[in-house]
Ligand binder design. Structure first.
Ligand code: CP3
Length: 368
């Protein structure tokens, strides 16, 4: 589809995602728009979290905050939204409780519940339910005016199933494990249903202006290698196979796809063959080892411990030097990021220092 957006002035990140040469490794961080920024609290004001997600104006303002603050250092924006908008679109109530996190007053309890039957049968009108996300993306693309590309995203089906059955965050994963080990057939039906909605949601984000997409499997590491293969990987592959098809059907260009399966270090080799252009790494990976396993099949994204940003500059320098060395001095297919989202309470100047140190340490490559 013909897009009326300003031409992209900084395509470093999209080039790196596609494996093309870049002058320096592109950088962004997960959760870059968020609570560590004083301007986030100011713009959010008294609005509820999901109210901010639902307002294209507020969501685009929050998305742009790190881009303005780290101008010249940061190479991508990510739309301010949440992975839990998909369960909401499926008809579930989700609240964000201050200091607690997401809460589902009425989680899925068992496959014999009426709610489960309804959810797996229901045809969700994704375009209608999540229209506010697409409006937010289009508004953000206009405000970005080509400064950096914009990520769209969704939660991976396994992670979303966890939230839908647990009703919020958890340490034990009692409900999620009960589902996959007791009701494995019904779990797979639900995972497929979520996967279909993920594809549609990502496709509509691209149609609205997202230039690259990321799938967050934040709870992948709760599964064993064999259960990851059974309950998480098939949905990730379903998305990477079907999103390009759906985009072509819609007359849209195919965009680079990123998969971030946190904790699934054992699956790196398979993730490199799972149809994604980029594989995100958490900080449990040794970069050099990950580069060896990837063998240039994908671009790697990551992976400094977000906790280092609580440390002194010397600690940040040391982590950056180690990371850059591991990624071949910045010569490998690499997008710089933290190994998970930036956390509340971090001094924003420490993130600036992190970016500057990567800049200083990573050798400039000749653009082709
Ligand atoms: O800047 C960005 O990265 C874009 C926005 C973004 C948010 N959530 C905003 C947000 C993205 C990409 C997400 C994804 C998301 N949401 C994930 C996957 C990434 C990950 O961290 O693994 C998950 C698991 C969620 C679900 C969720 N939403 C949780 C667990 C929480 C934290 C609750 C807490 O109190 O710690 C949220 C809330 C949330 N999402 C905030 C932000 C800025 C904080 C809201 C606030 O209190 O102001």
């Amino acid at each position: 589809m013909e897009k009326k957006f300003a031409p992209l002035k900084n395509d470093r990140l999209l080039r790196a995602a596609r494996g093309e040469k870049v002058d320096r490794p592109p950088m962004w961080v997960m959760r870059q728009a968020g609570r560590y920024l004083p301007e986030y609290h100011e713009a959010k004001g008294k609005h509820d979290f999901f109210e901010c997600c639902r307002s294209p104006e507020i969501a685009s303002t929050l998305t742009l905050q790190p881009i303005d603050r780290y101008e010249g250092l940061i190479d991508a924006a990510i739309i301010f939204s949440d992975i839990l908008v998909i369960p909401q679109a499926m008809g579930m109530d989700v609240k964000m409780v201050d200091g607690v996190g997401p809460k589902f007053p009425d989680p899925l309890r068992s496959p014999s519940d009426k709610q489960y039957q309804e959810i797996v049968k229901k045809q969700v009108d994704v375009a209608k339910e999540l229209d506010y996300v697409y409006k937010g993306i289009t508004m953000t693309r206009n405000k970005l005016a080509g400064r950096v590309p914009l990520y769209g995203f969704c939660g991976a089906p396994w992670t979303l199933l966890c939230y839908m059955v647990e009703g919020g965050g958890t340490k034990l994963f009692k409900e999620a494990k009960t589902w996959v080990y007791k009701y494995s057939v019904e779990s797979k039906v639900l995972l497929r249903k979520i996967s279909e909605i993920c594809v549609e949601h990502l496709a509509l984000q691209v149609a609205a202006g997202a230039q690259i997409i990321q799938v967050f499997d934040s709870w992948a590491g709760e599964l064993s290698p064999s259960s990851f293969k059974e309950f998480a990987l098939p949905s990730l592959k379903y998305i990477s196979e079907n999103l390009p098809k759906r985009l072509r059907e819609m007359g849209e260009d195919v965009v680079p796809m990123v998969v971030f399966a946190k904790g699934a270090w054992y699956a790196l080799d398979e993730l490199c063959d799972s149809g994604y252009d980029v594989v995100g790494l958490d900080w449990l990976h040794d970069p050099a080892e990950a580069v060896r396993i990837a063998r240039g099949r994908v671009t790697l994204q990551g992976n400094a411990d977000p906790g280092v940003l609580y440390g002194e500059h010397a600690a940040i320098t040391s982590v950056v030097e180690n990371m850059v060395r591991g990624f071949g001095g910045g010569q490998e297919r690499w997008i710089v990021n933290l190994g998970h989202g930036i956390t509340p309470g971090v001094n924003p100047d420490n993130l600036k220092f992190f970016f500057e140190e990567v800049h200083r340490c990573s050798g400039a490559k000749k653009a082709e």
